[in-house]
Design a protein around this ligand. Structure first.
Ligand SMILES: [Zn+2]
Ligand SMILES: [Zn+2]
Ligand SMILES: [Zn+2]
Length: 281
């Protein structure tokens, strides 16, 4: 079985020529920041079945915790497969095309999950990798803000931001660009006014990828660690905040799913939120 994958801009391409052993949703804070999403969904396969097909020179690699390397495309910021273990490859499921012949079997690092994302399916929840007792990574789950300002930062810490105005809309977006760009099942974004978000440090490290065919879609990420960061969109007079990079609990949950017509086949919506096939007007 050949599974082909690529990043949002198409520069980095890969192939996994085998079946996957398992698929899990990872709720660790590192995944949340790297993907800018509620969690990262990963497939595990044999390392020998994996190969880069194109664009390896565009991969930025960085150790995010001891012995664990994360990589992303330096042009578009998509999180990329991680073939740096001895004999397995861990790859974001959303980077692949088509169905992967496997469904999620568990939530891992569930104790670190975002307070703004309730787990509503019946899959087992583990505090670590299944079968391991002590947490391999420790990371802080977001806590309530004390002063009304919501703070956020990227994984490497170079970029920080503050949100000073309330979100007008919070939604889970399942469009193919969000899936590919975040390399996650969906993007959870909060929308506020242009002046409602400002960077407190590291703005020099921001990179913007504008998707060619898209009128508005762009992805902002840290050039050092690839974490997804807020985007100011003057054309629409809004700022868009990826919830995954928030360090504070916004005290707000998503109120709807949008673009569910293009949701991943392995992604099952089990909450009761309204679902819109495209963007509601
Ligand atoms: Zn790319
Ligand atoms: Zn993780
Ligand atoms: Zn960073």
């Amino acid at each position: 079985m050949n599974h082909l994958g690529h990043c949002l801009c198409g520069t980095v391409r890969w192939r996994h020529a085998g079946t996957f052993e398992r698929m899990t949703h990872c709720h660790c804070g590192l995944c949340r920041k790297a993907h800018g999403s509620a969690y990262g969904t990963y497939v595990i396969g044999a390392r020998r079945d994996f190969q880069w097909e194109a664009g390896e020179e565009a991969i930025t690699r960085r150790e995010s915790s001891a012995g664990f390397t994360r990589s992303f495309c330096q042009h578009c910021g998509s999180v990329l497969p991680n073939p740096h273990f001895d004999d397995i490859v861990a790859a974001p499921a959303a980077g692949f095309e088509g169905d992967l012949g496997i469904r999620p079997s568990a939530h891992i690092f569930a104790r670190w999950k975002a307070p703004w994302f309730p787990i509503t399916d019946a899959l087992p929840q583990h505090d670590n990798y299944p079968g391991e007792a002590a947490p391999a990574v420790t990371c802080a789950a977001p806590t309530p803000s004390q002063d009304g300002l919501l703070r956020g930062s990227c994984l490497c810490g170079a970029v920080g931001f503050e949100v000073s105005e309330a979100f007008k809309v919070v939604q889970h977006c399942h469009c193919t660009r969000c899936q590919r760009g975040r390399a996650a099942a969906f993007a959870t974004n909060g929308f506020t006014s242009l002046a409602g978000v400002h960077f407190t440090r590291g703005e020099d490290n921001l990179r913007v990828y504008r998707h060619l065919e898209a009128r508005y879609f762009a992805q902002v990420f840290c050039v050092i660690c690839g974490s997804k960061l807020p985007r100011h969109c003057p054309e629409r007079q809004i700022a868009i905040v990826p919830f995954g990079t928030l360090d504070d609990d916004p005290g707000r949950m998503a109120e709807r799913h949008v673009f569910t017509a293009s949701k991943a086949s392995w992604d099952e919506i089990t909450d009761q939120l309204p679902c819109y096939a495209a963007m509601p007007t």
